[in-house]
Design a protein around this ligand. Sequence first.
Ligand code: C5P
Length: 240
Amino acid sequence: MNAIQAEPGTRLIVALDFADADTALDFTRQLDPAQCAVKVGFELFVVAGPDLLSRLHDLGFRVFLDLKFHDIPNTVAAACRAAARTGVWLLNLHASGGLEMMQAAHAAVRETNDTTALLAVTVLTSSNARTLREIGVQREPADQVGLLGALAVQKAGLDGLVCSAQEASMLRERLGPTPLLVTPGIRLEQAGGDDQKRVMTPERAIAAGASAVVVGRPITRAPEPARAVETFVRRLGSPR
Ligand code: C5P
């Protein structure tokens, strides 16, 4: 049983895609940490830094720090150690950085903070077969996702993956019930998804094997974000 399956408020992660700390904090104060966690990405972290993470923690929220590290093993391990010290709940890197990089990062996180889980991004959902060929990868995206997912979870011992909901059932089948699978691209209706090309409903994502979903605009741009959170929480069902 992992932290996402065991605890309330961990199935929904709201993406704080805002340009500054005050806007992000004012928005987050409308939410309930018993119902959702929050995600801080590049833009907000570059602007607001670790101080924002402390303030989100002070409000009682679990934080997914979505910085997708990718560098030489020593540098990524140091970044992961520093991030784990801030007390974030989830942290991620690019599996394409290789096994040695992931093993170094995993060891750094484990020796720093028992409660931080390290996830890998396999192939970005913006990539297709042509994008992969451009960088010398001749495999289909789904095969590359499977290969990198197995490398991250089974060989490097990472806690899970960030993946599209479309990939979740294939990854569950290959990797079993334990790894966390965190899926963005979630919408309440199957059609229409801002700039997301392939979207899935909360129910279908969970049925496909997702442990948690990341939702941005359907909540951040809702007229009543707290009500939108309640809808997503209800439709995600309770953790097993
Ligand atoms: O607004 P929306 O629900 O599309 O936001 C999704 C969030 O998940 C954004 O922060 C986006 O960067 C992130 N994400 C994604 N697709 C991925 C990986 C991350 O949409 N493959």
